[in-house]
Design a protein around this ligand. Sequence first.
Ligand code: GLV
Ligand code: MN
Ligand code: MN
Length: 393
Amino acid sequence: MSSATGLLADIASVGADRRRGGYSRHGFDPAELELREWFGAEAARRGLDVTTDHNGTLWAWWGSPGRDAVVTGSHLDSVPGGGAFDGPLGVVSALGAVDLLRDRGFTPRRPFAIAVFAEEEGGRFGVPCLGSRLSTGSLSPDAARALRDPGGTSLAEAVAAAGLDPARLGPADLSSVGVFVELHVEQGRGLTVPVGVASSILAHGRWRFTFTGEGNHAGATPVEDRRDPMVPASALVLAARRAARDGARATVGRIVPTPGGTNVIASSVDVWLDARAADTPRTRAVVDEITAAARAAAADEGCEVAVTEESYGDTVHFDPGLRDELAAVLGGVPALPTGAGHDAGVLAAHVPAAMLFVRNPTGISHAPAEFAEPDDCEAGVAALATALEHLAG
Ligand code: GLV
Ligand code: MN
Ligand code: MN
């Protein structure tokens, strides 16, 4: 069977984004659906039994499905113009680990599955870890069904088009998952050896600020007569940089003016803030500071601002016993924290969960330049196989 890098090469053209570079693969869009098909075929080729649950999570069972399973996997979607590794590396490594375990003559003594979660990045519907949040009950099905993509398609419509029943979105019976291990490319420069384990994830969330002013003519409207929502939107960007102190992070990566014309003063501007810090009080303090600056700037310009929290997740401390056990089984690999969110982090509040990281030589992620050396990817597959053998043996 193919190596992890060989499997990544097999999907290299799917969802390639010619305009932005990298990949744009989003929950239930044609690229992600093609990758789901591809995964189903690869799993079937290995004799795994593939099912899709009511939240669109793919399950590939090695042997009979059952409770208390050892589960590994990740996601196939990307951010807009994302890299090749964030998500898919965990999926191809899971397939590669099954191949390695088979080569070693290993048969799991516990139920064993690969899981692929839908819309982990929130690149289409805005809420990250959509599949795992629905399954754990941390996102209400009504709220999920009402989410809309930038083109106006609701999640309910998108899942229906993919053959799922939107009425059935919602909590899953997690007793099938005894332990979840997600392998992922490291997303900073924190790992100086090929493989490590995760210790924690920063608290993080997303907020939408909608500034409303008065649409008007860029040439005919004197500056003193304007109520231009782009002005407080810009102030928010600068406030985010100021508020991100002492290890906190605050990012504006998406601004959408309406109507969006070069010679048009916008009537409204949507700005999305991503904020992260060590814990909830510190994250809330960052967001409160930015919100106060945004409100003051909106008032100065005669604009209104509405703030909506679109998602939030508290700090994750991965199960220390499991983390140390896996680090030891892997020969004493280091444990490191991350600022990136993951399905394993969402599941960690409900089932024992762990993560393996594969070294990222540049630390770049969520960008086309994201990279991991082929040898490190294969070391990741071997480490994942060893971890799964330990847990399922
Ligand atoms: C997902 O990768 C995130 O951290 O936003
Ligand atoms: Mn990501
Ligand atoms: Mn990811």
